[in-house]
Design a protein around this ligand. Structure first.
Ligand SMILES: Nc1ncnc2c1ncn2[C@@H]1O[C@H](COP(=O)(O)OP(=O)(O)OP(=O)(O)O)[C@@H](O)[C@H]1O
Length: 321
């Protein structure tokens, strides 16, 4: 059962300029995306820089106001900030960021950083609050003496754990994780991804996992939304996307996954060249003449791809190796 539905979400940013600082044009950061979030599942939102991923995440947590479409929480449209707080939405949907250092106030000790959402939403005595924070530190694998230290005294991986402790402090249902590991080195990335998986079970959490890297989300996500130019170009289960990619943009993302210590390097490079050729030959099937992404067409149970028409589907299918 989905508890969050995003219908035809649009976020357009005006660009102002000229002598009177009037609106000159718009950035169509998010231009009509529809999807849902179910309990305990992980959704990958993948796409290159500027494709609109963070804007979707921010719209979901209420940091960005949609220009169009709606977000339904338990079948009811999200209202004003006040209405969201009243139905507990602000507690249940949290966000963690890539640049965790700048999202943790450098002048505050860890105790106060983690306590912030608790103080905003719950009335606890000092003692109860301390106990809760110590439990949270324990859950994220941080020692109690972290309490009175400052963010700069910790490594990137430790800071991300502190960010997670703050995010789970209010028992959320959904965490929007915006590139949570891309600033970390590879071995720490794996640690944090495993840790996120572990606490998912403990808290029955759902994740909307934002990344530009299909390799990173390979083991995390149940369902994947591939984003390009403000819209979805392909959506499906992890298997649909990894085993049977259809959109040329998805194929390019998969071809770009770096293979560390790969023995078949030559094959990987040849495949990249093949995908690039296919992109040039078949671009018109995937984008209109203005470069806009087409609407999604269902190609199997859970698998949708944005192409010009159903007739072109055959054309695309013939292309599967
Ligand atoms: N406040 C804003 N005002 C104007 N344009 C914005 C604003 N925020 C984002 N944009 C633009 O909207 C588009 C989508 O940005 P967004 O940050 O959502 O992309 P992204 O896919 O998350 O990229 P990245 O991976 O680099 O974070 C970009 O062209 C960006 O420049």
């Amino acid at each position: 059962m989905s508890f969050l539905e995003i219908n035809d979400l649009k976020v357009h940013f005006p660009i102002r300029g000229g002598f009177f600082n009037t609106i000159q044009e718009y950035v169509y950061a998010v231009d009509g995306v529809t999807f849902f979030i179910e309990e305990g599942k992980t959704y990958g939102l993948i796409g290159e820089s500027g494709s609109g991923k963070t804007t979707i995440g921010k719209a979901i947590v209420g940091l960005e106001e949609p220009t169009g479409g709606e977000i339904l929480y338990h079948d009811k449209p999200l209202g004003s900030r006040r209405a969201r707080k009243k139905v507990g939405y602000n507690k249940e949907v949290q966000m963690i960021f890539q640049d965790v250092l700048s999202s943790l106030d450098p002048k505050k000790r860890i105790r106060d950083i983690i306590a912030e959402p608790i103080r905003n939403h719950e009335k606890l005595t000092d003692e109860e609050e301390l106990e809760k924070i110590l439990t949270l530190l324990n859950i994220v694998g941080m020692p109690p003496d972290a309490l009175y230290r400052y963010p700069h005294e910790f490594s990137g991986g430790q800071r991300q754990r502190i960010g997670v402790a703050r995010a789970v402090a209010l028992n959320p249902k959904l965490i929007v994780a915006d590139e949570p590991v891309s600033a970390l080195d590879l071995s720490v990335q794996a640690q944090i991804l495993n840790f996120l998986k572990k606490i998912q079970k403990d808290f029955n959490l759902s994740y909307l996992f934002i990344s530009h890297d299909l390799g990173v989300v390979k083991h995390m996500c149940d369902y994947i939304y591939i984003m390009h130019r403000g819209r979805f170009v392909e959506t499906g289960t992890r298997d649909d996307i990894y085993n049977n990619p259809q959109h040329i943009y998805t194929k390019r993302l998969i071809a770009a996954i770096p293979e560390i210590n790969a023995e078949n390097r030559e094959e990987i490079y040849k495949n990249r060249i093949k995908v690039e050729q296919e992109y040039r030959e078949k671009e018109s099937i995937f984008y209109d003449k203005n470069g806009k992404v087409f609407d999604l067409v269902q190609i199997s149970g859970t698998h949708y791809v944005a192409i010009k028409s159903k007739e072109d589907l055959k054309n695309v299918e013939n292309n599967i190796a």
